[in-house]
Design a binder for this molecule. Structure first.
Ligand SMILES: [Zn+2]
Length: 216
C-alpha cells in the first residue's frame, strides 16, 4: 500500500502518519528526515546536497528525486510507503510518477487532511509556551493551573511571535499555493480522498483506516 499524506501544520499529519505506520507497516518517509540522514551519513547524494545547503541554496529537485528513489528501494518499503512532505510541487509530482512507475510502486491513495481556518486559528492562537522550560499549554484545551504561569517551573508563559492569526494566514496561503496544483494532479487520477480533520483525532483515524481498508 502506497500512500501520500497532505495537510497544513496543525492538521494532525504527524499523529495520522504514526498510526498509518503502526497499522499498515508502511515506511514513513519524510523528505526532511531523509535529507538530514543522507547528509549525516555522508552518502554521495548527501555530500552533494550539503554543498547546496552550506551555501544557502535550495537542494535541486533532481537530487531530492534521486534520494527518494534510493529510499523507496530499501527493505522496509516492502509493505509500501507513506510519503510526507513530498511531492511538494507539480514538477516533483511528475518526477515521482516516473520514479514509482520505474520501480513499480504506484500511489494508491492521497490522504488529504482538511482543517477549517477557525479550528487552526483556535489551536494556534491559544497556544502558550514557557519561556524557561519550553512546556506547552493551550488556554482552553490544556491551561496552566495559574494563568500565565508555568506549572512545571513557575516562570511566565508567553505566546510565540509567529503564533498569530496574521502568520497563520501567511502560512496557510503558502500551503494552498504550493499544494493545490499537486492535489489537482492527483484528483484527476481519482486518487485523492479528503478527510475533515477539525474533528477529534480518533474519529479522523477511523475514517482514514476504513478508506484504506476499502481499497484492498
Ligand atoms: Zn516552565
Amino acid at each position: 500500500m502506497n500512500i501520500l499524506i497532505m495537510g497544513p501544520a496543525g492538521s494532525g499529519k504527524g499523529t495520522m502518519s504514526k498510526k498509518l505506520h503502526d497499522e499498515f507497516g508502511v515506511a514513513h518517509i519524510s523528505t526532511g528526515d531523509m535529507l538530514r540522514e543522507n547528509v549525516k551519513n555522508n552518502t554521495p547524494l548527501g555530500h552533494q546536497a550539503k554543498d547546496f545547503m552550506e551555501t544557502g541554496r535550495l537542494v535541486p529537485d533532481e537530487l531530492i528525486n534521486e534520494m527518494v528513489k534510493e529510499r523507496l528501494l530499501r527493505a522496509d518499503v516492502e509493505k509500501g510507503y507513506l510519503m510526507d512532505g513530498f511531492p511538494r510541487t507539480l514538477v516533483q509530482a511528475k518526477a515521482f510518477e516516473d520514479i514509482t512507475k520505474e520501480i513499480n510502486k504506484p500511489v494508491d491513495i492521497v490522504v488529504n487532511l482538511k482543517v477549517d481556518v477557525d479550528t487552526l486559528a483556535a489551536r494556534i492562537t491559544g497556544r502558550r509556551v514557557c519561556k524557561n522550560c519550553g512546556a506547552i499549554y493551550h488556554i482552553k484545551n490544556s491551561p496552566s493551573k495559574v494563568e500565565g504561569i508555568c506549572d512545571v517551573c513557575g516562570n511566565a508563559t508567553v505566546q510565540r511571535p509567529d503564533d498569530t492569526l496574521e502568520q497563520l494566514q501567511v502560512r496557510l496561503k503558502e500551503h494552498t499555493t504550493n499544494t493545490e496544483p499537486v492535489l489537482d494532479y492527483y484528483r484527476e487520477k481519482g486518487l485523492v480522498q479528503d478527510f475533515e480533520a477539525s474533528r477529534p483525532a480518533d474519529e479522523v483515524w477511523l475514517e482514514i483506516k476504513q478508506a484504506i481498508e476499502a481499497i484492498f
